[in-house]
Design a binder for this molecule. Structure first.
Ligand code: NAP
Length: 549
């Protein structure tokens, strides 16, 4: 939209109501940053409200040792600026958190985005004025702001969840979620406990073991994991990557998962066992998610294929852990490989061969209580200097639930989603007009930035459509929302992940209503290309499922 179009927008505002902003973006992480860039380029009066003290979202807050993404760095950066692609050098195949945060700051500086952001601005509540088609946002600092449109970029894993053990407040040393890792914490000579063995714990456990005097890991359920095979990217390699960027992003757009890893389409049973093992041997030694995403689809859909491959990975674990009894404890028995989100690791299993590392099976001897000195299980008391609760996140809906969001007819979003999210294309919810979600629940599960760029471009086009036609309100129909929900739910059925005891099905033992078995359909399993086609069709057909006024 040009500046002229902007003044048209000003004129088209609802019955006599002036708003502070035309668009408010909530969240200054990777997604929110690209959204504000698009809006600023259009000359729209927009701002980003960020609850934290600076930009970067996930990469601002997660600073625990070993934190890095397990997307290939070159598929993780923004694709929208050739100049940015040409000037940025990713120094590692899988960028560590400090480098990713530097990257995001570089982007913000380059495009002068910071002046459109307000930090320490947590949104507590927002309500829609149905007469004026205006949202009022109430901030934690007591301020109120008005806006016509809202784009949420809250992150899918931004709300930490702590366990609910008795006595947690009594522990005398530092205890925290990895998201709150204390700056400069020195673990040398310390006895450290890590509770949890999810992707976060699997990244930090080898680092902590190398630094601390003693590490005790409390594992309730083991997780499958495979090597990341990180390494440096030289200047020469980066030059080659730059030549290939168009191809890289085109590959990501074609793949179901938004990576360059394409599933093997030959069919599990159409190749011999010998050939399958040869392929798995190769994939296990290659960097990244290939072992998960380049594998046969049957592994993720059929119990027998899954069991055969899980046995293969179990043997890999046995080869890496010296003590056979310990190896068995580290091999999941309650779920097959790749059913939960696969963590990638560096030396995770070998860490348990160290003399200073102890694994406590918290399913055999559950944690009963946190004491001033440490942890009491049903078996004994352990003493620690530091405790890390790597116990996960209130995924997808957690960040929405923490805001009091009131749409039409006094309806609250947290009530609408009490039993699980219901959305249209993961982008909007009926009864909450003029709000679009980037990375909302029920988006396609893909490499995050690839999906976020698609979402931002779609939302921006939707807003432009509204402005062009002088609409002050859009809302998706209840029918379209129901249709999408049913499709999302149906797309869980063919996949074994429907049984996952993880955030993919909304399980979180530390959040009421998220008990195992009450499936929440958090993601769309149809893959990126199919999802993007749905979005494109809706836009090309002039938004038949959205009512404008
Ligand atoms: P998570 O996968 O949900 O793991 C939480 C762990 O804590 C589980 O092992 C869980 O055991 C355990 N736990 C929770 N409450 C407990 C309790 N009360 N007592 C004992 N154990 C308890 O969380 P996460 O590791 O933070 O990972 C979440 C997601 O973040 C990942 O799946 C991934 O998508 C993302 N992530 C990505 C990266 C990356 O890109 N490299 C890195 C880290 C995280 P149960 O399984 O028994 O519940």
């Amino acid at each position: 939209m040009t500046n002229q179009a902007m003044s048209d927008t000003e004129r088209s505002r609802g019955p006599g109501q002036k708003t502070d902003y035309e668009v408010v973006v909530i969240g200054a992480g990777m997604a929110g940053m690209y959204q504000i860039k698009r809006l600023v380029d259009l000359g729209v009066k927009a701002t980003v409200l960020e609850g934290r003290a600076d930009l970067g979202g996930t990469w601002y807050k997660n600073r625990y040792p070993g934190c890095r993404f397990d997307s290939e760095s070159v598929t993780y950066g923004y694709s929208f600026s050739r100049e940015l692609l040409d000037e940025w050098h990713w120094t590692e195949k899988f960028s560590p958190q400090p480098e990713t945060l530097r990257y995001l700051n570089h982007v913000a500086d380059k495009f002068d985005l910071r002046r459109h952001m307000q930090f320490d601005c947590r949104v507590d509540a927002m309500s829609f004025d149905e007469q004026a088609d205006v949202w009022t946002l109430r901030l934690q600092d007591g301020r109120e702001l008005t806006t016509r449109f809202i784009v949420t970029a809250l992150g899918i894993l931004s709300i930490r969840t702590l366990p609910r053990f008795e006595g947690m407040e009594s522990f005398e040393g530092p205890s925290f979620h990895p998201m709150d890792w204390p700056e400069g914490l020195d673990l040398a000579g310390k006895r450290v406990a890590v509770i949890g063995t999810g992707a976060t714990a699997i990244q930090l456990i080898p680092e902590v073991a190398a630094e601390a005097a003693q590490l005790t890991v409390f594992q309730r359920r083991p997780n499958w994991a495979a090597p990341i095979h990180n390494g440096p990217i030289s200047a020469e390699e980066m030059a080659e990557i730059r030549k290939r960027y168009d191809e890289i992003f085109a590959n990501c757009a074609k793949s179901p998962s938004g990576f360059e890893h394409m599933p093997d389409r030959r069919g599990f049973y159409s190749v011999s066992r010998e050939e399958r093992v040869k392929m798995w041997d190769r994939l296990y030694e290659e960097p990244g998610f290939g072992i998960w995403l380049q594998n046969f689809a049957e592994i993720f859909m059929e119990e027998d294929a899954n069991a055969e491959f899980s046995d293969y990975i179990a043997d890999r674990i046995r080869q890496r852990v010296d003590d056979p009894e310990l190896a068995e404890k580290l091999i999941p028995k309650d779920h097959g490989f790749g059913i939960q989100r696969l963590p990638l690791e560096t030396g995770y299993f070998e860490t348990y061969n160290r003399e200073n590392v102890l694994l406590v099976d918290a399913s055999e001897t559950p944690i009963q209580q946190i004491t001033p000195k440490g942890i009491r299980t049903t078996d004994r008391e352990y003493e620690f200097d530091v405790m890390v609760y790597a116990t996960g996140f209130d995924a997808f809906t957690g960040a929405f639930d923490r805001m009091d969001i009131q749409g039409t007819g006094g309806q609250k979003l947290r009530a609408k989603w009490a039993d699980g999210p219901v959305t249209y294309l993961g982008m909007m919810a009926h009864g909450f007009p003029n709000v679009a979600f980037i990375a909302g629940p029920q988006i396609a599960a893909t490499n995050f930035p690839r999906g976020a760029e698609v979402a931002v471009d779609w939302i921006t086009a939707l807003l432009e459509h509204a402005w062009k036609n002088r609409h002050t309100r859009f809302d998706v129909t209840a029918e379209a929302e129901q249709r999408w929900f049913e499709h999302v739910a149906a797309m869980y059925k063919p996949f074994l992940l429907r049984k996952a005891k993880s955030w993919i099905t909304g399980y979180n033992s530390n959040v009421n209503g998220h008990e195992y078995g009450k499936t929440r359909y958090n993601i769309y399993n149809g893959g990126g290309p199919k999802y993007t086609a749905w979005l494109a069709q809706e836009a090309t057909d002039d938004y038949p499922d959205i009512v404008f006024s």
